[in-house]
Write a protein that binds this ligand. Structure first.
Ligand code: TZP
Ligand code: MG
Length: 232
């Protein structure tokens, strides 16, 4: 697209991608307190995901999240809702397979908006590349209680098969679903295509959001991704 060609598309560091989930907060921890700790711990990009909120509530949370992310210079992505992304001038939107098509979303949003899409198999990844996605979220790689996962659980091996479809494009990739500090390193190592394509990062909800010490949780995850990236 025009923005990309002109070179002013924001370059996102996908290393540690926090997806929010207010339902999972531990008792006594506010959403903004948890988010700020996560940012301090090294989250590199945040997606606000509000599956159970009305528009007004989503908008308020999005605005508050944006303010906090700005303070830490971390880009913000809105799940599903183009209108809310527009309203707060978010860096990006994240779409699902049953949401608005990428081309339509693109036509509604400013040209420098980052668009990501969830993919569960190589065909969906291929289509995402053709349609001009900026990044893909691959998964669910493991089982998770955070979301009622509809597609199959991929496992790292099939992530490799999906990553292969990104060869020759600059579309970035993260994995999501059941990732924590215990399985992260082997997930990163296992999620590689036969052509050597590796992940750009990892997306996490509960390991950070459900933690009573989200800063430590994020720090742990962040250091693992950094070590992996330095070695690869
Ligand atoms: N999409 C696929 S799995 C998932 C989403 C939003 C939830 C991942 O949450 P968790 O807690 O990191 O397993
Ligand atoms: Mg969606």
């Amino acid at each position: 697209n025009v923005a990309q060609a002109a070179g002013f598309k924001p370059q996102i560091d996908y290393s540690l991608y926090l997806v929010t989930g207010r339902e999972l907060l531990p008792e006594g921890m506010t959403y903004l307190e948890s988010l700020e700790q996560a940012l301090q711990g090294g989250v590199t990009v945040v997606q606000v995901r509000e599956k159970n909120s009305d528009t007004g509530e989503f908008l308020k949370i999005a605005q508050q999240s944006q303010e906090l992310c700005n303070k830490y210079n971390v880009p913000l992505i809105i799940n599903d809702r183009i209108d809310i992304a527009l309203a707060i001038h978010a860096t990006g939107v994240h779409l699902g397979q049953t949401d608005m098509p990428i081309a339509v979303a693109r036509s509604l949003l400013p040209p420098d908006t980052v668009i990501g899409i969830s993919c569960n198999n190589p065909e969906q990844v291929e289509k995402a590349v053709q349609e001009g996605a900026d990044y893909v979220g691959l998964g669910a790689v493991y089982g998770t209680l955070t979301k009622n996962v509809t597609g199959k659980i991929t496992g790292p091996r099939s992530v490799g098969g999906m990553l292969e479809k990104l060869d020759g494009s600059d579309v970035k990739a993260v994995v999501i679903g059941g990732i924590n500090s215990s399985n992260l390193l082997r997930t990163l190592h296992g999620s590689v295509s036969t052509t050597g394509h590796v992940l750009d990062g990892v997306a996490v909800v509960s390991d950070i959001v459900a933690s009573k010490t989200p800063k430590d949780a994020a720090r742990k995850l962040s250091s693992i991704v950094k070590a992996f990236k330095q070695a690869s």
